[in-house]
Design a protein around this ligand. Structure first.
Ligand code: FAD
Ligand code: DHB
Length: 389
């Protein structure tokens, strides 16, 4: 078999690119390791920046997002007994869309079905081959059968644990990493969200986040030690600790219920360079990871896809490969800015095991300064809504 672009990974990055390319007549196939149900059972990001929402619309999959998603013009930071609001509209002129990654992925799968796009699930042993040549191909196994597709380009959209990044030679690939000494315990519950807008809480017992998926579906997170496991946290213990970390007035109106999902995610910053080797392009989590604070992960994946999409369209429809040649440098320039913001917001809001009194006062001062300065709030707002592509 032959296609133009072989996309490894059927997460949001891979599906969005497949959908955008197919709409411009550029044929492609997506190879996904897991089943569709498995991919759709993962509860991850919840906040989409303006550019992501625009890309969804361009891909023809914005309809449900626009009717069911919520536009948020600001968010809160609770700290030192105060509830301060970052006014996104005022300081950036923009807003964000609250719409879950699960729904984004579901809409993309539905759109792929409607266009008869090729997405192969449960593709085992996927392997990019001859990536440094003009005749790359990908092999995989399904049951006892081994398959092969020849292509012009391979896109590695297979997440942090995927095979694509690992197929770039070790003497070419540079990896930068920072591990944080804690994780986020997340709970999804069919309850009314405690607040209309998100609340990020800096508390002496550790960070907490009140987020939502809709007016009947809440998503909450607690900073926990890496040694904790999900079994250590009953629903009751989770709700008690969340109340502990929220301002009394907010804790008092928290509605609780059984968790419908509970998981722990470690916090990591990671960048792999370059994002292109030969005819293999990396996009999304396969090339970079941010700690979740500030909701940049999925959004940064989308900005890679935006650059790659335009590069591929120019290559195929205008015979201009500049966009592809500049892809790695352009994507990385924006990636590092989201690394900076995610690291900064993580440092500002969490309690680190080795925090001294000096560090704590500095954190409090940083927060006081933030809410006393229009310039500082502008910096936060423009990063949170998403830097320009
Ligand atoms: P992925 O979503 O990881 O998709 C990659 C796909 O490739 C997967 O479907 C995988 O099954 C498939 N795959 C892997 N290996 C292979 C292979 N060898 N062959 C074929 N297919 C393969 N971001 C936020 O903004 N907010 C959050 O709250 C948040 N929470 C998160 C919680 C967790 C536990 C994790 C892991 C991430 C979270 N993120 C969050 C980050 C965000 O979800 C990711 O940035 C986003 O999923 C990236 O999309 P992607 O398509 O690049 O990668
Ligand atoms: C969510 C996750 C985040 O990391 C964030 O900053 C905001 C919202 C969420 O899952 O809802």
């Amino acid at each position: 078999a032959r296609t133009k672009v072989c996309i490894i990974g059927g997460g949001p990055s891979g599906l969005l690119l497949a959908q955008l390319l197919h709409k411009r007549g550029i044929d492609n196939i997506v190879l996904e390791k897991h089943s569709r149900d498995h991919v759709l059972s993962r509860i991850r990001a919840g906040v989409l920046e303006h550019g992501f929402a625009e890309l969804m619309r361009e891909a023809g999959v914005g309809e449900r997002m626009d009717s069911e998603g919520e536009i948020h013009h600001g968010f809160y930071i609770a700290h030192d007994g105060e509830m301060d609001r970052v006014d996104l509209k005022k300081y950036s002129g923009q807003s964000v869309m609250v719409y879950g990654q699960t729904e984004v992925t579901r809409d993309l799968y539905d759109a792929r079905d409607a266009m008869n796009g090729i997405v192969i699930h449960e593709a085992a042993d996927v392997q990019p081959r001859d990536i440094a040549t003009d005749a790359p191909y990908v092999t995989w196994r399904k049951g006892d059968d081994v398959h092969r597709v020849d292509c012009d380009f391979i896109v590695g959209a297979d997440g942090f644990h995927g095979v694509s990044r690992k197929s770039i030679p070790k003497d070419v690939l540079r990896e930068y990493e920072k591990i944080y000494p804690f994780g986020w315990l997340g709970v999804l519950s069919r309850t009314k969200p405690v607040n209309d807008e998100l609340i990020y809480a800096n508390h002496e017992r550790g960070f907490a986040l009140c987020s939502l998926r809709s007016q009947v579906l809440s998503r909450y997170y607690l900073q926990v030690p890496l040694t904790d496991s999900v079994e250590d946290w009953s629903d009751e213990a989770f709700w008690d600790e969340l109340r502990n970390r929220l301002p009394a007035e907010v804790a008092g109106r928290l509605q609780t219920g059984p968790s419908i999902e509970k998981s722990i995610a470690p916090l990591r910053s990671f960048v792999a360079e370059p994002m292109r080797y030969g005819n293999l392009f990396l996009a999304g989590d396969s090339a970079h990871i941010v700690p979740p604070t500030g909701a940049r992960g999925l959004n940064t994946a989308a900005s890679d896809i935006q650059y790659l999409y335009h590069g591929l369209v120019d290559h195929y429809l205008k015979d201009d490969s500049t966009g592809l040649e500049e892809y790695s440098a352009k994507a990385l320039a924006r990636v590092w800015k989201t690394q900076r913001f995610s690291w900064w917001l993580t440092s500002l809001l969490h309690r680190f095991p080795d925090t001294s009194d000096y560090d704590r006062i500095l954190q409090r001062t940083e927060l006081e300064y933030l809410f006393s300065s229009d310039a500082a709030q502008t910096v936060v707002a423009e990063n949170y809504v998403g830097l320009p592509y």
